[in-house]
Design a protein around this ligand. Structure first.
Ligand SMILES: Nc1ncnc2c1ncn2[C@@H]1O[C@H](COP(=O)(O)OP(=O)(O)OP(=O)(O)O)[C@@H](O)[C@H]1O
Length: 282
């Protein structure tokens, strides 16, 4: 159970720091991420979002404590962890010579015995995931022959095919067009409705503002954590993005509107009319 939340946590992270090639990248930070919810991690370039996510995926060693489903991450057997924790990285390379179907089948490896052929359940999981991200039609095509967005949908399908309880996704919307971004959002909502946990690093603030929980990072630290509709979350977002964001509510939906470098007085989301200003605010 977390220090700050009363919900069961998927992750509780209490780091002293994390350095890469001798450079401190993450400072001391604490975050507890609720189970069966969607948490979006946001913040400016270089804030340390991907580094934190990679540490949570056990891809980087960190000083401090990371508990995954109430158990130290390092105590998990790798295969059990790979079944429980699915990973989608940023700009993943490799597998270019494999067909899209074979790439998605890699997501089933944690379920398979050594050198055993895929089971009917594996094939069913792959087909379902590929249909969910609409990449079934090109299942025979090699990954290297796909566009950026098509490739991303195959990698998303691979992450879904694991059928893990927790999904970590770094920039899952990269290269996706708006309808496929909306499909990803529907998919996340379906996963959460099944009591699964999604933790995503996102640059698309308008999508992130639809999450259940936002973690706002800056300068290798967690600057704020809270609900997307909370004015304190809006103030934190404005602060980490140098007060170059307006956060408005349009038809019940929070949206973030970036504007140019000219200083603008801080705005309060609740006071703003539900109209999109097309010019930089005075
Ligand atoms: N291998 C590395 N060695 C040294 N420094 C690194 C390494 N990888 C990342 N960094 C640095 O760590 C900091 C955090 O990087 P990270 O990729 O976690 O940020 P981010 O918030 O995900 O950024 P972005 O939004 O640009 O993807 C950056 O300043 C980056 O230059």
């Amino acid at each position: 159970m977390s220090r700050g939340l009363h919900l069961p946590t998927a992750f509780e992270v209490d780091l002293l720091g994390l350095s890469l090639q001798g450079q401190p990248v993450l400072k001391a930070l604490y975050t507890a991420l609720p189970r069966a919810r969607w948490t979006a991690i946001v913040g400016p370039n270089g804030a340390g979002k991907s580094t934190l996510l990679r540490a949570m995926a056990a891809l980087l060693p960190a000083q401090g404590r990371i508990d995954f489903m109430d158990k130290p991450l390092g105590d998990w057997m790798p295969k059990a962890r790979a079944r429980a924790l699915s990973w989608l990285g940023q700009n993943e390379s490799g597998g270019d010579d494999l067909s899209a179907y074979e790439v998605v089948m890699l997501g089933r490896l944690p379920h398979q015995a050594w050198l055993a052929p895929p089971t009917a359940e594996d094939h069913e999981a792959v087909a379902q995931a590929m249909r969910r991200t609409q990449c079934w039609d090109w299942r025979e095509r090699r990954l290297q022959r796909l566009s950026g967005g098509e490739r991303q949908r195959v990698l998303l399908a691979r992450a879904l095919a694991v059928r893990a309880e927790v999904l970590l996704m770094d920039e899952p919307l990269a290269h996706l067009d708006p309808p496929h971004q909306a499909d990803w959002l529907d998919c996340v909502r379906e996963l959460v409705a099944q009591d699964r946990t999604v933790i995503s690093v996102l640059h698309e603030l308008n999508v992130a503002l639809q999450a259940d929980e936002l973690v706002v990072m800056a300068d290798g630290q967690v600057h704020h954590q809270g609900a997307p509709g909370d004015p304190a979350t809006h103030r934190a977002l404005q602060a980490v993005f140098d007060d170059r964001l307006q956060i408005l509510q349009v038809q019940g939906q929070w949206i973030a509107l970036p504007f140019g470098a000219r200083p603008s007085p801080p705005t309060h989301a609740g006071d703003l009319a539900p109209v999109l200003p097309l010019r930089r605010p005075a």
